[in-house]
Design a protein around this ligand. Structure first.
Ligand code: AMP
Ligand code: ZN
Ligand code: ZN
Length: 322
């Protein structure tokens, strides 16, 4: 069997380009992924020169790849980047994720801020979920969304960068269609707008990059990342099923995933944060009721809403570390 050659340099190829017959060597594959991310950032005008970007890093392959690429593009984009990791207190998982994120940011020489949920509310996310009688993943998503936004606001950042991939986004979009949760489709674009003082713009630089690409990128670059999934992630959720379904569909109908997310991005609505948003009476941040869901769940489980305390804590932490 003859070895495949890189279409760019002729060296031995080790990866095939998705949706294409071209083969590339490790270096040219990495360059291809970097260029795709840069094009995504430019296409949707995600970043402006001089922006301070808070990069949310979980310890997994996707956000590791996002951080490595943003670091490589940092000077060309004229931005400043800081990584933020949230330790959720999940046994046998969170400490390993934190430690891996520390190694990653050291390797990439990117400043890192670590926030421990337990320091903020006196309990871990699984304990919070149990007390609130909610699934762990729903409490976890709620806490992460609040902390990322609050940290960006208190640290004076212009953008929060999330590592959602093309596979995540296409599955989420299908799910909102199947469940007719169409107002949520609006949050599945490549970015959300800033609402001055209450909500920081979120961007998704991997909006058009697949998980296979982030996995190969992370491996070819020797990035430290946690391989196993969170112990609470179930392979039988609708979301997980839809991911497999979309991957299979994309094999037969090449490019259908990309065109789906591009259409959602184009629909314009995708970039808006809910227009009827209110402000939380306790912490002052964006909310869809009198109390935001973070203040509500912490009030139920700890006896007091923790939003204001959390904001002060993050302000002190980010002032010290950044
Ligand atoms: P998930 O909500 O787990 O699907 O993750 C989506 C994105 O949120 C990741 O790609 C990260 O950018 C960010 N994220 C998830 N978990 C954490 C964490 N523990 N700390 C910081 N950012 C996170
Ligand atoms: Zn090559
Ligand atoms: Zn609140």
């Amino acid at each position: 069997m003859s070895l495949r050659k890189c279409a760019v340099c002729g060296e031995i190829a080790i990866a095939r380009l998705p949706n294409s017959k071209l083969f590339l060597c490790a270096d040219h594959f990495k360059e291809y992924v970097e260029r795709r991310v840069l094009r995504t950032i430019e296409r949707y005008r995600m970043i402006e020169r001089g922006n301070r970007i808070l990069v949310a890093v979980s310890g997994g392959k996707d956000s590791a790849t996002m951080l490595a690429i943003l670091k490589r593009l940092r000077d060309a984009l004229a931005v400043e980047i800081t990584a933020l990791h949230i330790n959720l207190g999940i046994p046998n998982y969170s400490d390993k994720s934190e430690e891996t994120t520390r190694r990653l940011t050291q390797k990439l020489a990117v400043p890192l801020v670590v926030v421990k949920v337990e320091d903020l509310i006196g309990m871990s996310v699984p304990q919070l979920a149990r007390k609130a009688g909610r699934p762990v993943c729903s409490a976890c998503g709620l806490v992460k969304r609040y902390l990322l936004n609050a940290a960006a606001l208190e640290g004076g950042f212009d953008k929060v960068a999330l590592g959602h991939t093309l596979n995540d986004m296409s599955a989420y979009i299908l799910k909102t269609f199947l469940t007719q949760d169409l107002s949520s489709t609006e949050k599945l674009g490549p970015y959300t707008e800033t609402i001055e003082g209450v909500a920081v713009s979120r961007i998704r630089p991997l909006y058009e990059t697949s998980e296979l690409e982030t996995l190969l990128y992370a491996n070819f670059s020797g990035l430290p990342f946690v391989g196993e999934k969170c112990p609470h992630a179930s392979p039988s959720t609708l979301e997980a099923e839809l991911k497999r379904f979309m991957a299979a569909l994309n094999e037969r109908y090449r490019g259908i995933e990309i065109s789906l997310v591009r259409r959602i991005a184009k629909s314009g609505k995708a970039t808006q944060v809910e227009s009827a948003a209110k402000l939380c009476k306790s912490c002052g941040l964006i909310s869809n009721a009198d109390l935001c869901s973070y203040c509500k769940i912490t009030a139920t489980c700890t006896g007091e809403p923790k939003g204001s305390f959390t904001r002060r804590f993050l302000r002190d932490l980010l002032r010290l570390e950044v």
